[in-house]
Design a protein around this ligand. Structure first.
Ligand code: NI
Length: 288
């Protein structure tokens, strides 16, 4: 038992905690979910007692594919199941209103920028995107939109997509459902007032969501498939490297338009990937 959990843990570390694939729906062909861990928790001995039987053909939501083991959601529980016990149905919408990520097979990539708008950084990013005729998606924070509405309007009018990223970047899973609602709806309202259109996507800060969050959304919940960790290393070279190493058809790339180093990395990213034939589109276009 110990070995199993150790190797699980290793797989998970290598795969990366934050790189959650957009959810797909699978059904079980077999019967047992091995463990239950909540995101961010480590494996410990207590987990060995947590083995939950899953009836055959139960639909599950896959959060992360990690080789022999796959991280899934079953009811309220997230845990790992042996990949061989899963039967792929088709990429489809998560119960509720979540990102279907019918990921394209074409050479298209969605660049996403979170936490803005920022008066200097976002403007530089918009300029660079325009230079290379690239479209992107901005997950904006309501209180920043209030401060810099013109930037969001300019982004929208240039053909970029605007998504909701809460009013003040709250970790929604720690809030009451009333507070959650306020975070989402006040941001929706300010986006609508700013660009004349509703936000078309939602991304939860820290990638933290649960069923209550999903139930409050009228638009797809959008995660990412490549985390550049730009906020952490603040190094344009590392941002470029992270993307070059992982980019593939249908990638959704996470960056933040509040760091100068991210804006400085962008030109290099666009040049390199365009050379490889990639086109840069909004998330909605990627998942059409
Ligand atoms: Ni954020």
């Amino acid at each position: 038992m110990k070995t199993v959990f150790f190797s699980l843990f290793t797989v998970f570390c290598f795969t990366g905690f934050l790189v959650l694939s957009a959810p797909y729906t699978y059904a079980t062909t077999d019967i047992v979910i091995k463990t239950t861990i909540s995101e961010g928790e480590l494996f410990d001995d207590a987990i060995q007692n947590n083995i939950i039987p899953i009836p055959k053909n139960t639909p599950l939501i896959v959060l992360l594919e990690a080789g022999d083991w796959t991280k899934v959601q079953y009811k309220e529980i997230t845990g790992f199941i042996k990949s061989e016990h899963l039967k792929f149905i088709s990429p489809q919408q998560m119960p509720g209103k979540t990102d279907p990520a019918k990921v394209t097979n074409q050479k298209k990539i969605a660049l996403t920028f979170d936490d803005g708008p920022h008066p200097k950084v976002t403007m530089q990013i918009l300029k660079t995107l325009e230079k290379y005729d690239a479209k992107a998606t901005f997950f904006v924070v309501g209180k920043e939109v209030k401060k810099h509405p013109k930037i969001v309007k300019a982004a929208y009018e240039a053909g970029h997509e605007i998504g909701n990223h809460t009013f003040n970047h709250s970790r929604l899973t720690t809030l009451s459902s009333k507070q959650m609602k306020h975070q989402i709806q006040s941001t929706d309202a300010i986006i609508k007032a700013t660009i004349g259109q509703n936000a078309t996507l939602f991304r939860p800060p820290y990638g933290a969501y649960n069923k209550t969050v999903i139930n409050q959304l009228n638009v797809p919940l959008t995660m990412w498939s490549i985390d550049t960790l730009d906020w952490k290393h603040r190094d344009p070279k590392k941002t470029v490297q992270a993307i070059n190493k992982q980019a593939k058809n249908g990638s959704i790339i996470l960056m933040h338009d509040i760091h100068q180093t991210t804006a400085d990395a962008l030109e290099n990213i666009l040049i390199t990937l365009q050379k490889q034939g990639y086109e840069f589109v909004t998330v909605s276009e990627l998942t059409q």
